[in-house]
Each structure stands twice: as structure tokens, then as C-alpha cells.
Ligand binder design. Structure first.
Ligand code: NDP
Length: 506
């Protein structure tokens, strides 16, 4: 608190000085209260309204302001002004979060971590709303509410349910890649400073010649990857459920500013055609060997918001918010999120959520949107509220038009997301298990899977366990064996199912 704040007179929200702030107005010292004590009403009524709807996902989070500095030239790929020259700095806000838990849940839960960045660029705010994993559980947004329901609470017991989770995952093997990462020790990161970030979706970059390439964004932690083991995570949950939040604030307060190296993978249209999987499938990565990481710049967090609610709780991110030189792709999950994130923010914060300071574009915004709840930016004052008009100088700048995207089909319909050529759910998890993980990581992965699947209960328990085991076997025989052994399961019974196709299994 500043000296200036300390000496200010206490007032109501409308500015009337308080004459009493601790005793309510009553009839005599021991009598009932008077309705006319407006200050009492205002205090209680405002207090009753302190909570806004918590985010349905990513409710528990923390954030910080920082800067992005360009270190390498990528103008051959994009005309986005934030990348226009080496050394250029752009202010940003980054919010980390867990996904499934409520606002009061523990930071060390096994869960992906949200990694959502808002770059305040002169071409508008660019929101890159990703996670600490390069893939996701599903590849079609129509499945999102069903999936998230399984991560929340059982409708009857109001408890988290391993049965719901594994029932859904085992019936949707496209989830396997993300589930494997979640079950590795990267599912319990030590802190927000020690994890990588990913834009996850495929986006596009457009250069000054209006040429498009496909892109994936990566943020490599310069603090190094550091994870809790399952036991350490549970222990920390009891000791300090806000550990990751505290860790970030304390590091920045000590001026130990966390940093990430932004890198991109780039794919041309021709390479997209030749890619063995759908390059716009959010359950797949682009292997580094084929699509190397290019350095772009350094992201640094260096300022803790002065007020959590104002700047973290009210921060609103939406993948729809791209800028000139950066655009969408046919990634179905991205297409769904373009709609649903802005919708979620309007529900949570109101139609004018972009007027809230942390969300406001600090550069010029000009349009004819007016009115609505909490129109607090002057509401266009006395300028025209329609287009076209004969009075203002707002115009449509066609030089920002993006090149058209060529589609590979003119047939509209409900296509099977796991149809021919889109049903390999196993090769990339296998690469992770066999190529990337070491023995220690594989050992912990198996133990974490056995522990998590041990929570499956009820009359369908054996069906769900066997169905999921078949998926693990299809990733790698030795992985399936190790998990089955952890359960004390009769391998011969399981093996009868292992070679079967997904349709039969389901
Ligand atoms: P590489 O050997 O070139 O890279 C492996 C990647 O895996 C690194 O980015 C590494 O991150 C990351 N990694 C290490 N351990 C884990 C873990 N437990 N969970 C998730 N990621 C981990 O491999 P490829 O590019 O050929 O891909 C092989 C597999 O690696 C993929 O199938 C995928 O599962 C995983 N992966 C691939 C990524 C990609 O974009 N290509 C990104 C992340 C994972 P770090 O450098 O921080 O250690």
C-alpha cells in the first residue's frame, strides 16, 4: 500500500465518506438494525457479488506480465509485426493453469497445464492459448463437453471418478498419446517455470508476399524440465496446494525471471500432402527429425500483476484472436475453439470483456460496437454507431486480406474422425515410449498408469480395464505386459483381445 493510499478517506463506491465502518446503525445499543444503514447494505451486497463464474476448464491459474524479444529472423515466413526485426520487444501476459480442477484445487494434480499467452502487438492482441503438451485427448470439438465431464465430478457421488475417465479414454483411443504424456511424470510438473509450452494446434504463417506455411509454436523452458514423482505431487498437495502459484510469484519477486525459448516448426503445403498423418490432427506431433525447430525469440516473465482478480481472473484468451501474418488452419479442434473461447469469455465476463484493462488492445481499436453490460471505455462517445456513414473516417483495409485456403474436398458431411488413414493412435505414443523415455521414466509411467487405473470400480470395471489394456498393448507389448503385471492380470486372457481392431474392441 502506498502512503497516498493510506491517507485516503474511506468512501462508498459512489464517493460518500464513511462515518462508521465497524458498527451497524441500530435502535439502541442492543436493538435491531435500521434499513437505512446503506453502507452496511453496500458492503454485504458487493461481497455477495464478488465471485464470477469460474472457468469451466482451467479454473485454477496464475499469471504474469513479461516481454517477448525476437532473436532470429522469421520474416520469410510471416509479416506479423512482432517478428519484424531482431531485438524487437513485445509486452505480453501469460496465464498458467491446471485444467480439470476447480478454483481451489491443488496445483500439483495430475493434469495438463494451460499455457495461454496474450501478446499486445500493434496489429492487435494475439492470443496463443495452448498447453504444456503438444497434443490433446480428442481431435473433434464435438467431443469436448463429454470429455470434460469425465474429468470433473460424478453426477451422483460428486467425486472425481477414475471409472468415468478411463471409460471415456478406452472408448476413444485417439486420447492415448495425450494420456501417455499425462501419465508420465510430465503430468505432475514441479512448477509452472519448469515446463514447456505449446501452441499445440497447427496454425499458419503468412509472409509479405501473401505466401502461407503451416506452423507449430513451441516454448522450451530455460529453467529445465523438472517434475514431481506421483508421491511427491501428493505430498505437496497436502503441504501447499498453491505451490506453483507461490513459486512463480516468489521467483519473479526475487528477480529470477523465468524464460522460455520460442521455436517454430514449419510445414509447406507439399509437405502437408506427403505427411503420413493428418497434419491438422491435434492428437499428433510433427516429428522433430522431419520438421526441425527454428529459433525465434525469448519470452521472459518479469512482473507479477498487482491485483490477482483484476488481471489474472479477468484475463480472457481466445484462439480466435490472431493477427496479420498469423492465421488459422483446418485443425478441427482449433476451428471449434475459435467459436467456443470467445463465447466462454462473453458468458464469464460479459460482451465487453475486451474493454477490461488486461484484455484491452493498447493500440488503436476502431469499430461500431456499442452498449451492453459494462461499456466502460466511453462507448464511442458521440461518434457514429453504424457503418457505412458520412461522418467518421473508419474504413475497411483490404490490404489485410489473407490468401484463400485450398481445401481437398467439396463434399460436406459427417466424416469419421478415425476413418481410413486417421486411425493410427499408436505409432506416436510408441515413439515416445521407445525412443524418448529412459528406463526411469518408463518405470514411473507404468507405476502411474497402474495407480490411476486402480481407481476404476463398479460393475464395468473389468471391461474398462481390459479395453484400456488392449490399447497399451497396441502401443508396445512390453508396456502392456508391465501394466498387466502391475494389476496381477492373466495375460493370456488379455492377449486374446490384443490384436483385434478398434471397432471390435468398442
Ligand atoms: P524427439 O526425440 O526429437 O523429441 C522428443 C520430444 O519429447 C522432446 O520435445 C522432449 O521434450 C519430449 N519429451 C520427453 N519426455 C517426454 C514426456 N514424458 N512426455 C512428453 N514429451 C516428452 O522426438 P520426435 O519429434 O521424433 O517425437 C517422438 C515423440 O516425442 C512423439 O511421438 C511425441 O510423443 C513426443 N514429443 C514430440 C514433440 C514434437 O513436437 N515432435 C514434442 C513433445 C513430445 P524436451 O526437449 O523438453 O525434453
Amino acid at each position: 500500500m502506498t502512503d497516498q493510499n493510506r491517507s485516503r478517506r474511506l468512501t462508498t463506491a459512489s464517493g460518500k465518506p464513511y462515518v462508521e465502518n465497524e458498527n451497524s446503525k441500530s435502535v439502541g445499543a442492543r436493538g435491531p438494525l435500521l434499513l437505512e444503514d446503506f453502507i452496511l447494505h453496500e458492503k454485504l451486497a458487493h461481497f455477495n457479488r464478488e465471485r464470477i463464474p469460474e472457468r469451466v476448464v482451467h479454473a485454477k491459474g496464475t499469471g504474469a506480465f513479461g516481454t517477448f524479444t525476437v532473436t532470429h529472423d522469421i520474416t520469410r515466413y510471416t509479416k506479423a509485426k512482432l517478428f519484424s526485426e531482431i531485438g524487437k520487444q513485445t509486452k505480453l501476459f501469460l496465464r498458467f493453469s491446471t485444467v480439470g480442477g476447480e478454483k481451489g484445487s491443488a496445483d500439483t494434480e495430475r493434469d495438463p497445464r494451460g499455457f495461454a499467452i496474450k501478446f499486445y502487438t500493434e496489429d492487435g492482441n494475439w492470443d496463443l492459448v495452448g498447453n504444456n503438451t503438444p497434443v490433446f485427448f480428442i481431435k473433434d470439438p464435438k467431443k469436448f463437453p463429454d470429455f470434460i465431464h469425465t474429468q470433473k465430478r460424478d453426477p451422483r457421488t460428486n467425486c472425481k471418478s477414475a471409472t468415468m475417465m478411463w471409460d471415456f479414454w478406452s472408448l476413444n483411443p485417439e486420447s492415448l498419446h495425450q494420456v501417455m504424456i499425462l501419465m508420465s511424470d510430465r503430468g505432475t510438473p514441479y512448477s509452472y517455470r519448469h515446463l514447456d509450452g505449446f501452441g499445440s494446434h497447427t496454425f499458419s504463417l503468412i509472409n509479405a508476399n501473401n505466401e502461407r506455411v503451416w506452423v507449430k509454436f513451441h516454448f522450451k523452458t530455460l529453467q529445465g524440465i523438472k517434475n514431481f514423482t506421483a508421491e511427491e505431487a501428493v505430498e505437496m498437495k497436502g503441504k501447499d496446494p498453491d505451490f506453483a502459484q507461490r513459486d512463480l510469484v516468489e521467483a519473479i519477486d526475487k528477480k529470477d525471471f523465468p524464460k522460455w525459448a520460442m521455436k517454430i516448426q514449419v510445414m509447406t503445403d507439399e509437405e502437408a500432402q506427403a505427411f503420413p498423418w493428418n497434419p491438422f490432427d491435434l492428437t499428433k506431433v510433427w516429428p522433430h527429425g522431419d520438421f526441425p525447430l527454428h529459433d525465434v525469440g525469448i519470452l521472459e516473465l518479469n512482473q507479477v500483476p498487482r491485483n490477482y482478480f483484476a488481471e489474472v481472473e479477468q484475463s480472457a484468451f481466445a484462439p480466435a484472436h490472431v493477427i496479420d501474418g498469423i492465421s488459422y488452419s483446418p485443425d478441427k479442434m482449433l476451428q471449434g475453439r475459435i467459436l467456443s473461447y470467445t463465447d466462454a469469455q462473453r458468458y464469464r465476463l460479459g460482451g465487453n470483456y475486451e474493454q477490461i484493462p488486461v484484455n484491452r488492445c493498447p493500440f488503436m481499436v476502431a469499430n461500431h460496437q456499442r452498449d451492453g453490460l459494462m461499456a466502460v471505455n466511453g462507448n464511442g462517445e458521440d461518434t457514429p454507431n453504424y457503418f457505412p456513414n458520412s461522418f467518421d473516417d473508419i474504413y475497411v483495409d483490404e490490404s489485410y486480406t489473407e490468401p484463400a485456403v485450398e481445401l481437398d474436398s467439396a463434399v460436406a458431411g459427417w466424416f469419421d474422425r478415425n476413418g481410413a488413414n486417421d486411425n493410427d493412435h499408436y505409432s506416436q505414443p510408441a515413439a515416445l515410449y521407445n525412443k524418448v523415455m529412459n528406463d526411469y521414466e518408463r518405470h514411473n509411467l507404468v507405476a502411474n498408469i497402474v495407480d490411476a487405473m486402480s481407481g476404476i470400480s463398479g460393475e464395468k470395471k473389468d471391461i474398462i480395464i481390459n479395453r484400456q489394456l488392449c490399447h497399451w498393448f497396441r502401443v508396445d507389448m512390453s508396456l502392456g505386459m508391465a501394466i498387466a503385471k502391475g494389476f496381477g492380470i492373466d495375460i493370456n486372457a488379455v492377449m486374446q483381445h490384443a490384436p483385434k481392431q478398434q471397432a471390435e474392441l468398442v
